[in-house]
Design a protein around this ligand. Structure first.
Ligand code: ADP
Length: 427
């Protein structure tokens, strides 16, 4: 059980002509990543400002650890709370190292220079966020994703108990969004910080947050685990339109359109061919849909867990009869789809005599120069139930250039490269 980092009790806040927060109560434990969701204008930024002490609520209290922040001086708050605001941008070309050192300001006395300890903490923060190698470069010359990591490094150097972020993934491509969210989650857990982030992407929140808070018109409409709070009912009520949430993948996932339209949603988008089966495709399907890519999956036996998932999401499949071995005709059909795709990806599906022929689709894609990726890092022997033939084919594929991907972040990176490559070769 995590100890309390933030406790907000009955907070009411009004701007001169506008009541914005209405009796907001929530808490965030140290080690928790809490996502704050809700439509524009629902009060998310105002709530962060109240927690950071920037705005003083007319009623209610905010506690950081056990201290009521209304009794703390700004410097004492800054020693406990780091804020990465929406408008945190870089106007001056400080080096990354200088900028991260600014995070030590609340801990440095007047007219004091940074100590060796301050420099060490800044160095650790840069190392931890993966920006140490760019320590000497001007912050103004970094990419959006790198800048976001520098902002987090500065916040980390501050050694906060609480980290507040306003839309930390805004404007980043999916690859960097996933990187930033993974960084925030490990920061919360490993440094035992209460991290509260306003997020726009419900699926990112569902994937990475321990808890979510759904705001509506200055109140908390729902709060709890993603599974408890991110429901069709709650989202539809708060966002005012019918929103479909699927739990097929074990946690709530919002489809951009009604599931039956998911396939056409991807029309005109680069297509990825997916070889899966037996429920191994769930995570990868989420990643592909998050990346807004069109997917065709196969060859799948009718009734298989992945077939059911694709069916419920409206994703096109190449189908084989239930419990029957994959036939030549279906393999040829699948090859046709794979040739029209920008990449082919294989899940960690085991191969036996029934589905071994699906590896011919991979061979064909490799022979025609398509990028191919295989998920999982374990030896291929562990998923071979075909007398070594699957292992042999997969080892050969890797020798011919198929990439091995360990997690979703690597899958996203692979897809990004494939889409860029496809764009270049069609222009
Ligand atoms: P969100 O972050 O959910 O988009 P905000 O907290 O930014 O919502 O804003 C909540 C409401 O408060 C909005 O109606 C907004 O127009 C209003 N508001 C925000 N900042 C100010 C301000 N400085 N003065 C007056 N009203 C404001």
């Amino acid at each position: 059980m995590s100890s309390v980092g933030i406790r907000v009790e009955g907070v009411e806040f009004s701007y001169p002509a506008r009541r914005v927060l209405r009796g907001v109560t929530l808490d965030a434990g140290k080690g928790d990543l809490v996502g704050v969701l809700g439509p524009n204008g629902s009060g998310k930024t105002t709530l962060l400002r109240a927690i950071s002490g920037f705005l003083r609520p007319q009623h209610g209290c905010v506690y950081i650890e056990e201290s009521d922040i209304s009794g703390l001086r700004p410097r004492e708050i800054a020693q406990r709370v780091s804020v990465v605001g929406q408008s945190s941008t870089f106007e001056f070309p400080f080096s990354v190292n200088e900028y991260v050192l600014f995070g030590r300001e609340p801990h440095v006395g007047p007219f004091q220079a940074y100590s060796a300890r301050d420099r060490e903490l800044a160095r650790e923060a840069m190392e931890w966020t993966g920006v140490l190698e760019m320590a000497g470069r001007p912050v103004t010359e970094l990419s959006g994703g790198e800048q976001r990591r520098v902002l987090i490094a500065r916040a980390l150097a501050q050694q906060p108990k609480v980290l507040l972020l306003d839309e930390p993934t805004q404007g980043l491509d999916i690859n960097y969004q996933v990187q930033v969210m993974a960084l925030l989650r490990s920061l919360a857990r490993e440094k035992q910080v209460a991290v509260v982030a306003v997020l726009h992407d419900i699926n990112l929140a569902s994937s990475y947050c321990d808890r979510v808070v759904l705001m509506s018109q200055g109140t908390i409409w729902a709060a709890g685990s993603p599974a408890a709070a991110i429901t069709s009912e709650n989202l539809s009520a708060v966002y005012g339109s019918q929103i479909t949430v699927s739990f097929e993948t074990g946690r709530p996932f919002v489809w951009p359109v009604a599931p039956t339209l998911a396939a056409s949603h991807g029309a005109g988008m680069p297509q990825v061919f997916l070889v899966g089966g037996g429920g191994t495709a769930q995570r990868l399907l989420e990643t592909l849909v998050l990346a807004r890519l069109r997917v065709v999956a196969g060859v799948l036996n009718v009734g298989d867990a992945d077939w059911l998932l694709c069916r419920s999401l409206g994703i096109e499949t190449v189908d084989e009869e239930p419990f029957s071995p994959v036939s030549s005709a279906r393999v040829e059909e699948a090859k046709h789809h794979a040739r029209r795709s920008c990449a082919l990806m294989l899940t960690q599906v085991p191969f036996g005599p029934g589905n071994l022929r699906n590896l011919e689709i991979m061979d064909d894609a490799l022979a025609s120069g398509k990028p191919v990726a295989v998920m999982g890092e374990e030896d291929f022997g562990s998923r071979d139930y075909a007398d070594g033939r699957a292992k042999q084919a997969l080892d050969r594929a890797v020798a011919l250039g198929a990439e091995r991907l360990i997690d979703e972040a690597q899958a996203v990176d692979f897809l990004r490269r494939c889409v860029e490559w496809a764009k270049k070769s069609s222009s």
